[in-house]
Design a protein around this ligand. Structure first.
Ligand SMILES: [Zn+2]
Length: 104
């Protein structure tokens, strides 16, 4: 119940204001200081987290894939800013989400 209450939009907004330096789950919007992330491995050395464990368990594969887009766009801006070659594609993220979701 507490997990559900934390995700009421006004509570989410308040927690975001209280923890402005943290990035957030791309589904419920909770800052990482207030929820547990779900890490997905792409390769042995590369992983990412874009949603919290709560949202991971309650969302379908399509929703979880869509939730990768804001993270990927943020990375694109970072790679461009630092003139770094991207080391992951959006398709690799989609494949990793699908594989992880089907195995859990
Ligand atoms: Zn979430």
């Amino acid at each position: 119940m507490k997990e559900k209450l934390k995700r009421i939009p006004i509570v989410v907004r308040l927690l975001q204001l209280l923890h402005p330096t943290y990035s957030t789950c791309t589904i419920c919007g909770l800052p990482w200081s207030n929820c547990e992330s779900h890490t997905i491995q792409v390769t042995k050395y590369k992983g990412f987290f874009h949603v919290c464990q709560y949202c991971w368990e309650r969302s379908d594969v399509h929703t979880l894939k869509q939730a990768c887009i804001p993270v990927y766009n943020m990375w694109l801006r970072e790679w461009e800013r630092f003139n770094v070659k991207p080391d992951i594609t959006l398709q690799q993220m989609y494949d990793a989400v699908e594989k992880d979701k089907l195995n859990n």
